[in-house]
Design a protein around this ligand. Sequence first.
Ligand code: ADP
Ligand code: MG
Length: 339
Amino acid sequence: DTYLNPNYSFDNFIEGDCNRLARSAGFAVAQRPGLTSFNPLMMYGGVGLGKTHLVQAIGNYITNHFDNKLVLYVSSEKFTNQFINSIRNNTLQEFTDFYMKVDVLAIDDVQFLSGKEKTQDTFFHIFNHLHQLGKQIIMTSDRPPRELQGLQDRLLSRFKWGLTADLQTPDFETRIAILQKKIQSEGISIDYDVIEYVAHSVNSNVRELEGVIVSLMAQASLTRREIDVELAKNTLRNIVMNEEKEVTIDTIQEVISDYFQITVADLKSKSRKKEVVYPRQLAMYLAKEYTELPLKSIGYHFGGRDHSTVIHSIQSVNLLMDETPDVEETLLKLRSYFK
Ligand code: ADP
Ligand code: MG
């Protein structure tokens, strides 16, 4: 298991002035891992600007083009947790051996290592070992190395051995291209004037841009309307201006039932069918997240259940989230309807 997600590729990464250096350096590294002077390759930028996408694209490219290269992608969070577990289980040696035998190590969001001295010590050794053998190291961070407080100087100085490239907020043309790509991948069609309107109105990051498309689709299906500029205006007004708009338990139940193609009555019913239980658990989970209602009252809104059922539902969702990544994705989609 290399933890790579095959959906991230260079083909579906839109290039623009905002990311040209990082993309081309990344592509050079992907074609000749360990052989360019971009080692380590450090890419940094704010949230949702494509760091994970790019680093995974590099990993996938290498995996697909080289038979004998072992690529490992890991978030710094996961690296830290694995390290802690290895201490607890007395398997530190296995842990470091595992990392030291890879050909390409991609480690995402290194700002997360901040303040974790022991983890940094071990990462430092792994880094040195791999680098000496000419193995490729790729890192991402949410800020430039010089602003990475809580990271050891010896690590920071190594980060600068290779190339540091930043990812910036996409310009208008790139935003248009990104929206078109997202629309295409959703398999829908949206008029150009709508795309242009959205590209003009949203200029924060790529994740939000993509989120607007999801919201538009949701809004269109909930209101049974076409996606036109009018709908886009309404949707964006809700997203941009009504940030603290209250989400009620009724809204949550409506959105969930619409999303899962069941009825609100199903949610409140005694049914234990899988098709109903999971949506009901998600609905309770979101009710806890969005409303101030006490658990007892949340239970009351779901067919008079008691508060322990609500607690159990929330725990079930948390457990599921650890097991299947889809759950998190579903929650993200659902939340986008409330924004
Ligand atoms: P980060 O890791 O920097 O927070 P991600 O790589 O997770 O950001 O990107 C957020 C979303 O935006 C992902 O769905 C990603 O595929 C998409 N994305 C980001 N940049 C681009 C781009 N240049 N072209 C296409 N999609 C992009
Ligand atoms: Mg990321």
